[in-house]
Design a protein around this ligand. Structure first.
Ligand code: ATP
Ligand code: MG
Length: 659
């Protein structure tokens, strides 16, 4: 039985603003409120502060080169190596015995890599890549689950100047082939398998199937042996090498980090593809690394002595920036976990926080809503007192989930940073600096210092507080994508065409998200601009309606889409998951309708409320609204292969349309 809303007493439900504690502020990396003004006045030189967190081989002279907009260049006459910055320099600075990576397998086995261990393995794998023929600027594809060999391979690539392209392990064989083809990648590092909820999964079979779809010759594949005796007994082909054999051959080898131009590509990352074709986002060495190190320092407040855990998968940008590059550049201990939050039990994450005494924890709203649904008894079993700061990313977080996280995970002592950013932005853009700003649940916060984000109307004019509009970024920043891989034209069309005035040479980045701003400059992200429902001529953001529904007692999660309606044009369809212990009945349906009417108005009243045990989600935890829309409109259901739970689609379909 869940204790439901009793978990949030009235005091918390009503509180709209939260102050960081003095204790937090006193120790924060950034606590001077003047930083906003300072960055604005000194822009773009303010970004030296980020670049100064790195060791440069050749110091840069130019901070920003904007001679060819929107192809901005940052620190472009400087040179550096990302692997040197994330590994070697900590070893050289006397921290060789500090833990770099704490890895936990699903069965609870642990592997610990000190910075010296990481240094050794990164060098040896870099030597192996070179011996296989990988040259500077050749893209190496990494199709790997959450094993320590993944960050090792990333850093080995960075060491020899070979950009990596990580393909999330949960993606299909097809997705692998498409990405290898797009990047023209001749090398693959993969894994025999991994564990999910107690089962060994055959990953190599999928990788091999993907290789068959590659349209060019693949030079070599490396296979990590994760499963040992649980493996599936695949024979390795002639050009496939066992990771351990390769490493044995390279024992003791050292590879000098290649001096890379700041603007040389560090990696390629395809976006999750929730809207159309995946985009090959190109990130570079200097600007990206400076930006992730800076935001890890200023927002995540990471210190070298911290144990920090981001529960994302490295297959997403969040894992690249905030499991690997940012934390390791700062010399922090970063935790990696192989499995799921509910295996063997629903307290697994809190078990890990307790076990490693995690200081800073970063996760996604979809996870927080699952924890809420399961109830507070799971975190209550564990000692979470080591935590100092909490973060979320990936989707808007509704105030109730924020407050639950704040209370039950952070015991009302840890600030919560709600960080808005994208694959394309490289790092966090809109969020509170936890040592400076108050938090407002439901709002990500003001743009970070040096970030010129605005909310505008369709003409690009800034709009007044309270009204919904479009988010734009009106100045470049070091972590930004440089282009879409080998597709400059799409890069411009996708992100710059909407709001830029080319004749006036004014370039404005459009992230394709809707948002609103309040009197204090805090921004609430309303979701993608295409997630808008038009009811009788009124444009309603799905996010606002969802937020209202999730505010109703007993609701764990909700997704809202527009379905065709003869009179209104579109009508609101709400798909709702109840918290454990609540029944999806007429009484609850009534409270949901009332909740929406109270929060937004009768215009937003849901036409249908459909209770479902799950929502169709992508592997990164994002709701696939497109499918729910197709169901509401009784259209043919499109591609479901990128879903984590495709089986739920027919289930929901039956509920809405009948058998
Ligand atoms: P694709 O662009 O291929 O459709 P995607 O946008 O889901 O995929 P990501 O780059 O991983 O891929 O996600 C970025 C998006 O996630 C943002 O544009 C925004 O819509 C949403 N988002 C991320 N963080 C937040 C946040 N804190 N609050 C609200 N929305 C967020
Ligand atoms: Mg996107």
């Amino acid at each position: 039985m869940s204790d439901g809303d009793g978990e949030l007493e009235a005091r918390l439900v009503e509180q709209e603003e939260f102050e960081p504690s003095d204790e937090f502020v006193e120790q924060a990396n950034v606590s001077d409120p003047d930083i906003y003004e300072e960055f604005e006045e000194n822009w773009p030189d303010c970004w030296e502060r980020a670049a100064d967190l790195l060791d440069w081989d050749e110091e840069y002279e130019t901070v920003l080169d904007d001679s060819n907009e929107p192809f901005y260049e940052w620190f472009s006459d400087g040179t550096l190596n990302a692997s040197y910055n994330c590994v070697d320099r900590h070893v050289e600075n006397g921290d060789k015995n500090r833990v770099a990576i704490k890895w936990e397998g699903e069965y609870g086995e642990t592997r610990t890599y000190t910075y010296q261990d990481l240094y050794r393995e990164v060098n040896e794998f870099a030597a192996a890549l070179r011996d296989m023929g990988v040259e500077e600027d050749e893209v190496v594809t990494l199709y790997m689950p959450m094993v320590p060999e993944l960050p090792i391979a990333m850093l080995a690539c960075a060491r020899i100047g070979a950009p990596h392209s990580v393909v999330f392990a949960g993606f299909s064989a097809d997705a692998l082939a498409t990405r290898m083809n797009s990047a023209n990648s001749d090398y693959l590092v993969t894994c025999d398998g991994y564990y999910r909820r107690g089962d060994a999964l055959d990953h190599l079979e999928k990788a091999n199937e993907g290789l068959e779809g590659v349209d060019h010759d693949v030079e070599a594949t490396v296979v990590v042996n994760r499963l040992g005796d649980d493996g599936f007994g695949h024979e390795l082909a002639e050009n496939q090498h066992d990771w351990d054999d390769l490493m044995d051959e390279q024992r003791g080898e050292r590879v000098d980090p290649v001096e890379r131009d700041a603007e040389d590509m560090l990696f390629l990352m395809y976006t999750s593809g929730t809207t159309g074709e995946p985009k090959g986002v190109k990130h570079t060495t200097g600007g990206y690394l400076a930006y992730t190190a800076w935001t890890s320092h200023a927002v995540l407040d990471l210190k070298p002595e911290d144990t920090y855990w981001c529960s994302a998968d490295i297959g997403w940008i969040t894992g690249h920036s905030y499991i690997v590059y940012g934390p390791l550049a700062l010399g922090t201990t970063t935790v990696m976990y192989e499995g799921t939050p509910d295996f063997p039990e629903r307290d697994r994450l809190w078990d890990i926080v307790e076990k490693y005494a995690v200081d800073v924890f970063y996760t996604a709203p979809t996870a927080i809503r699952a924890f809420m649904k399961w109830g507070s008894k799971f975190p209550e079993r564990r000692d979470l007192s080591s935590l100092r700061l909490l973060g979320t990313v990936g989707e808007p977080i509704n105030p109730r989930a924020w407050k639950w996280y704040y209370k039950h995970i952070g015991s009302e002592e840890c600030p919560v940073v709600d960080t808005w950013w994208q694959t394309e932005t490289g790092g966090m853009m809109i969020t509170t600096l936890p040592g400076v700003k108050n938090m407002k649940p439901g709002s990500a916060g003001p743009p970070l210092p040096g970030i010129d984000a605005r909310i505008v109307d369709t003409e690009g004019e800034q709009i007044e507080p309270g009204r919904a509009g479009y988010l734009t970024v009106n100045k470049p920043w070091p972590g930004m994508l440089r282009t879409l891989y080998k597709n400059d034209e799409r890069f411009i069309n996708e992100y710059w065409a909407e709001y830029s005035d080319e004749d006036a040479d004014e370039w404005v980045y459009f992230p394709e998200d809707g948002a609103k701003i309040d009197e204090d400059g805090y921004m609430t992200i309303l979701g993608r601009v295409d997630d808008v429902i038009n009811v009788s001529g009124h444009r309603l953001g799905t996010m606002e309606i969802e937020s209202a529904i999730v505010g109703v007692e007993g609701v764990a999660e909700a997704a809202v889409v527009g379905g065709n309606h003869e009179v209104k044009g579109e009508a609101v369809y709400a798909y709702v998951i109840t918290e454990d212990g609540y029944e999806g009945d007429d009484e609850m349906r009534g409270r949901i309708v009332e909740g929406v009417e109270d929060a937004i108005g009768p215009i937003a009243r849901p036409e249908q409320v459909v209770f479902t045990p799950e929502l169709p989600k992508t592997r990164s935890g994002k709701i696939m609204r497109r499918l729910l829309e197709e169901i509401a409109n009784e259209e043919e259901i499109g591609d479901t292969t990128t879903l984590r739970n495709p089986e739920i689609v027919t289930d929901i379909q039956t509920k809405v349309q009948g058998d």
